[in-house]
Design a protein around this ligand. Structure first.
Ligand code: S3P
Length: 176
């Protein structure tokens, strides 16, 4: 598939950004870039350790550096971390990178998916459900603001979500 622009995936932890990024990479033959992976490589440690040793604010700085330094030579699939939208400058950078797609799902599904595996320091707290609720409420408007396309992933497989994204992008291109 010939894409005019990159696809940028945003959404809460557990929305399936990484897995769906891999599906799109495979289906559309795109290069995949994952900002969490780049932040991890930059500081040479997993995200939970970055939070522990340097704090969330340092992680957020590195997230911005990673986005600024991205040079996409051809349309690619860019997977972001759930909190990337928190900084205004990131929002601008995301929009410059390509078509921003918000992966959303019902709260309960998101919570279940986000807490299934470890490595998400913001949910490894005394009351993960309360944190989840507060973070999600604060962030949903930010995803909505930045994204051109929203996909409800609640009842879809990863491949179905990937196909839905590619279809919506084609439709958008036809409208322009
Ligand atoms: C975060 C989400 C994580 C990772 C970090 C912070 C967040 O990425 O960037 O733990 O603030 O929501 P995923 O959305 O891929 O879990």
């Amino acid at each position: 598939m010939q894409l005019a622009k990159s696809i940028v995936l945003v959404g809460f932890m557990g929305a399936g950004k990484s897995s769906i990024g891999r599906c799109i990479q495979r289906l559309a033959g795109l290069t995949r870039i994952d900002t969490d992976e780049l932040a991890t490589m930059k500081l040479g440690m997993p995200i939970s350790e970055i939070f522990l040793k340097h704090g969330e604010s340092r992680f957020r700085e590195v997230e911005t550096e990673v986005l600024r330094e991205l040079e996409l030579r051809r349309p690619s699939i860019v997977v972001t971390g759930g909190g990337t939208v928190l900084r205004n400058k990131n929002v601008d950078l995301l929009r410059q990178l390509g078509t921003v797609v918000w992966l959303d799902a019902d709260d309960e599904i998101l919570f279940e998916r986000a807490t299934r595996k470890s490595g998400r320091p913001l949910l490894e707290v005394e009351n993960p459900r309360a944190s989840f609720k507060a973070l999600l409420a604060a962030r949903r408007p930010l995803y909505e603001e930045v994204a051109e396309i929203r996909i409800d992933t609640t009842k879809l497989t990863h491949d179905e979500v990937a196909e839905a994204i590619l279809k919506r992008i084609e439709e958008l291109a036809l409208q322009k």
